[in-house]
Design a protein around this ligand. Structure first.
Ligand code: UGA
Length: 435
């Protein structure tokens, strides 16, 4: 059995590495030659815990990484994991996936097998049927269902736990009405992930499941963020205790109830916008989804408001941002709330210094010389008038008076309530705590 994965980003490289480490005969394909060269040498182009080790294990076995699409010609299973970035109006840009699908179509035209193509990329309901299937049939000159299988197979892994999530998914969704291909796919997944529930449905429902999943997660976050703002107005109230208690109700569940500065990353904001756009086009007023987005955008304003209340004018105020990655254990800053905050503070002429254990290089690509970059937390805090903890990096839990003493004004805004239980000689303000 030969497997190909097309598109080696977070999802594709995690899948490729995990399958390769298990000993599967697998080819990872990406159009970026530089990236491929790194991966061939066992280097991941981005930071993800356990990924490099898993990739290197795979390379010792049967893994091949290449830019050459013709290697997929005789594969039994082809996973498509290319990105579907956002257009200005919130819709998704299908140009990359269309190109990848065209190349796959051309290559499978010569295949003697009946390959099954899994679409893992996030696409709006109807895309597989209306866009992907026609391209594949045209380019391959073959019929879906007869000469190749086409299955929607959305991915639910989270960055920072991508390897674990790839090995132990909570669900497998298979969307296709081609029962023979679905049967074959079920066999593969049962072997890979015994005991994981498989939801078998049609293309469009599978595509919708992905958006339902991410938009529900975003809803949970905006819900707890709005409640945290209310808690701030109740002296002594604590949003973490509220989250902990309601999370024990099995109907609610404990995850994604951590109040903070709003959700970011390359998925939740993009998928929310795409779903809102799709609902509007379909004649449905997405009032709840709009509210979720609005709460998310306003959360950042809350933080700016706090700094304004303290300082009035922010011109030349030295502000330290602790954490620019969109969450801990990643170097990814795509759609990071911290990056948005820095942009807004720069507009108000504040002087920004940042610290992040992994994301400095990526942050520098955006802000270049406009802000300062500190290697240590102490350097970041030196002569600062305000520190804002944005990302829940473990390192920040250990912050102490020894480090805050370097600040000229020890005003600290803790968006993740990491220092709540500490006795510190600082002017402390935490999101979700009533003063
Ligand atoms: C998200 C989903 O969680 C995955 O299931 C999905 O597969 C992925 O998008 C995707 O579509 O590819 P990810 O983007 O890695 O995963 O990030 P999350 O862990 O969901 O975090 C998103 C944002 O929400 C972060 O900014 C995080 O800080 C924030 N968040 C999360 C909170 O503020 N509070 C929480 O309780 C949880």
């Amino acid at each position: 059995m030969k497997i190909a994965v097309v598109g080696l980003g977070f999802v594709g490289l995690s899948l490729t590495s995990v399958l390769a480490a298990k000993g599967y005969d697998i080819i990872g394909i990406d159009i970026d030659e530089q990236k491929c060269n790194k991966m061939i040498n066992g280097i991941s182009p981005f930071f993800e815990p356990e990924l490099e080790k898993t990739l290197q294990n795979g390379l010792k076995k049967k893994l091949k990484i290449s830019t050459d699409f013709s290697l997929i010609t005789n594969c039994d299973f082809i996973f498509v994991t290319v990105g579907t970035p956002q257009n200005a109006n919130g819709s998704i840009d299908l140009s990359t996936i269309k190109k990848a699908i065209s190349s796959i179509g051309q290559k499978i035209s010569k295949s003697k097998k009946k390959p099954i193509i899994f679409i893992k990329s996030t696409v709006i309901p109807g895309t597989i049927k209306k866009v992907i299937l026609p391209i594949l049939e045209k380019k391959s000159n073959k019929k879906a269902g007869k000469e190749f299988g086409l299955i929607s197979n959305p991915e639910f892994l989270q960055e920072s736990s991508a390897i674990k999530d790839t090995e132990f998914p909570h669900v497998i969704v298979l969307g296709s009405s081609d029962t023979k291909s679905v049967q074959k796919a079920k066999k593969l997944f049962l072997k890979l992930h015994p005991n994981v529930p498989i939801i078998s449905t049609n293309h469009q429902t599978a595509e919708m499941i992905k958006y339902a999943n991410n938009s529900f997660l975003a809803t949970k976050i905006s819900f707890i963020n709005q409640l945290s703002n209310i808690c701030q107005k109740i002296p002594g109230a604590n949003i973490d205790d509220v989250g902990k208690a309601i999370g024990l109700d099995p109907r609610i569940g404990k995850l994604f109830l951590n109040a903070g500065p709003g959700y970011g990353g390359s998925c939740l904001p993009k998928d929310m916008k795409a779903l809102i756009n799709f609902a509007n086009i379909s004649g449905i007023n997405p009032s709840l989804l709009n509210a979720v987005e609005e709460v998310n955008t306003k959360q950042l304003e809350e933080i700016i408001q706090i700094t304004k209340q303290k300082f009035g004018n922010l011109t030349a105020k030295k502000i330290t941002i602790l954490g620019t990655a969109f969450k801990p254990n990643t170097d990814d800053i795509r759609d990071s709330v911290a990056v948005e905050l820095i942009k807004k503070l720069l507009k108000k002429k504040a002087k920004i210094t940042i610290h992040d254990p992994k994301a400095i290089k990526n942050t520098r690509k955006i802000f270049k010389e406009k802000i300062s970059y500190a290697k240590t937390i102490e350097d970041a805090l030196t002569q600062s008038q305000c520190a804002i903890i944005m990302t829940q990096w473990k390192q920040y839990e250990k912050l102490s008076n020894n480090q805050f003493k370097y600040m000229t004004k020890r005003f600290v805004i803790d968006c993740r309530r990491m220092l709540v239980k500490k006795q510190l000689d600082i002017d402390y303000y935490a999101i979700g705590l009533g003063k």
